[in-house]
Design a binder for this molecule. Structure first.
Ligand code: PBE
Length: 268
């Protein structure tokens, strides 16, 4: 009896965009004829990276800045070619950028920012009274709160770790003044937030790339071929609008992904 080809396992982190991208990889993999197992919302960056290294998953979408700051912990690896080389030496393959930069940013309600005349992150220094609420991962990451506080010499001490979606509700409701944003979050527009200028250039680029185990090129070459069709197809406006469909219009992530694949890369 011929062995059934094994399922291709895709991972995603616990936030909407990552799930949409996981569904997109799943759609493309199925289009290539593979059986797909999407382990949705597995956890944060470290959980996904370890799952990929251990072979519990075959692929997921990561961000260049997250690779240099948090995973490889070598901020000097700014160029994508160098990141790819480092990953290759650890047995992981990386695609070219999908085309958008989902950087962290710091934001607050436009009305609040106007009232206090705050346009850039360094302006926060003069406002120790502001309530800060950061998403869980941002509180702990090397490219997160601690580094930001040090670089900008911010006086705030009481920071709360929150689920990212809850942080938005808090800032809208007024219980939190300042939060971390992801640049492709649709809430920035719908909740009328101001993105503060990163005037000391603290944040690196966070270009989305697909990470995958190179064995996939042997076991499922058609799947890899489909995955790589995503390279260069998604700019920030595109990703933001997919996130909006899921988060604001409540369309299920798999439907959002299938629609994009159908309309833009002729796969569904
Ligand atoms: N990011 C910003 C984070 C979350 C949002 C995309 C750089 C990450 O998952 O690495």
């Amino acid at each position: 009896l011929a062995e059934e080809p094994r399922a291709v396992r895709i991972g995603s982190k616990s936030f909407t965009e990552s799930v949409v991208l996981g569904e997109l990889l799943s759609t493309l993999g199925r289009h290539a004829g593979a059986t797909i197992d999407h382990r949705s919302e597995l956890g944060g960056t470290q959980v996904l990276w370890q799952a990929l290294q251990q072979g519990d998953i075959d692929a997921y979408v990561e961000y260049s800045g997250t690779l240099t700051e948090e995973i490889l912990a070598d901020p000097k690896l700014a160029r994508l070619e160098r990141i790819a080389e480092q990953l290759a030496s650890q047995g992981i393959a990386m695609s070219k950028p999908l085309g958008f930069n989902n950087t962290y940013a710091i934001g607050m309600k436009q009305t609040q920012a106007e009232k206090r005349n705050i346009t850039k992150i360094s302006d926060l220094r003069e406002h120790p009274e502001l309530q800060i609420g950061f998403s869980d991962e941002f509180v702990d990451r090397k490219d997160g709160w601690r580094g930001l506080k040090a670089k900008y010499k911010l006086p705030h001490t009481k920071t709360r770790g929150l689920d990212h979606a809850l942080a938005y509700r808090g800032v809208w409701g007024g219980s939190i003044d300042v939060i971390d944003l992801y640049a492709t979050d649709p809430e920035i527009i719908s909740y009328e937030l101001r993105v503060l200028e990163d005037d000391l250039a603290y944040f690196p680029l966070y270009e989305a790339v697909i990470l995958y185990r190179p064995e996939l090129e042997v076991s499922h070459p058609a799947v890899v071929e489909q995955f790589l069709r995503l390279e260069g197809t998604m700019d920030n406006a595109t990703m933001t609008s997919l996130n909006k469909s899921a988060r604001i219009d409540h369309i299920p992530e798999d439907v959002v992904a299938a629609q994009f694949a159908h309309d833009h890369i002729d796969a569904s």
